[in-house]
Design a protein around this ligand. Structure first.
Ligand code: SF4
Length: 260
């Protein structure tokens, strides 16, 4: 553990240095593998760095395992939307037991959620794309932004193969939508099979719903199991067009490798 790590957590975000910006823009980080990227990020930003983990995807669990191996006090946060499966809460506790880690649980603003359900109902997300996005905004985007405001960098399990909205993400990006925080995506060039191979090889705990046909587990009312041969993201917001299938957490990045 880094000396004084806890004391270093709370201060306002430092502006990104021109050297770091140049390093990101040059695309040089694109040649690093996932462990090298995580080691780079931990050395540069810990403890002002945290993994954003849904506890519903094998990607997040693989990253949690890798980061813990590099730095046992590496930080993990989870957005508890209030609509998650019991299996997801179980996994958070299983990880806590296995790694001796305290997860940082981030909750939505209670007043905002109360107003939303009073006006639009408990299951508003099925009513329209706008209402689904409102729910995602209040239960995910706003809490995430609030938590990220106290960090210099965060890690995600995004992969380019996850769909049309993710095909050009870089390994390190500047997330302008969250105030210019550094966003680290070590698994962008991994396949879904690569992730599962890592998880099995290292006996990493995963969400029990994967065995019931859920390739990724989001909120209970917005996730379903898929049939053999279906796209892995077909189980998320299955009533929507594939082009709209984002919760709003990942937008407005300046990429280091592709797509500047
Ligand atoms: Fe709401 Fe569904 Fe988005 Fe969860 S995934 S925040 S329940 S709309």
């Amino acid at each position: 553990m880094h000396a004084g790590a806890d004391d270093d957590r709370s201060h306002s975000r430092k502006p990104i240095s021109s050297d770091l910006l140049e390093e990101v823009r040059s695309g040089a980080l694109e040649s690093k593998d996932s462990i090298e990227i995580l080691t780079w990020a931990i050395e540069k930003f810990h403890p002002r760095l945290a993994l954003s983990c849904s506890f519903g995807d094998p990607e997040g669990m693989a990253l949690l395992d890798m980061m813990h191996g590099i730095e046992s006090s590496s930080r993990v946060f989870v957005l508890d939307t209030g609509r998650m499966h019991q299996e997801t809460y179980d996994l958070i506790d299983r990880v806590r037991d296995r790694y001796g880690k305290q997860m940082e649980v981030v909750l939505p603003d209670g007043d905002a959620v109360q107003s939303m359900v009073r006006e639009h109902g408990m299951n508003l997300f099925y009513g329209s794309l706008e209402k689904r996005k409102l729910c995602c905004h209040l239960r995910k985007v706003e809490p995430s932004a609030r938590f990220l405001a106290d960090l210099d960098a965060y890690v995600t399990g995004l992969r380019r193969g996850q769909g049309p909205t993710r095909s050009d993400i870089g390994k390190v990006e500047i997330d302008r939508g969250n105030g210019g925080i550094v966003k680290v995506n070590p698994l962008v060039d991994w396949s879904y099979d690569d992730v599962w191979q890592y998880v099995r090889r290292h006996d990493v705990p995963v969400n029990r719903l994967h065995k019931a046909g859920y390739p990724s587990v989001g909120c209970a009312p917005c996730t379903r199991a898929i049939q053999a041969g279906e796209d892995p993201r077909a189980g998320r917001w299955w009533w929507e067009n594939p082009e709209t299938k984002e919760c709003g957490l990942h937008a407005d990045e300046e990429t280091g490798g592709s797509g500047i």
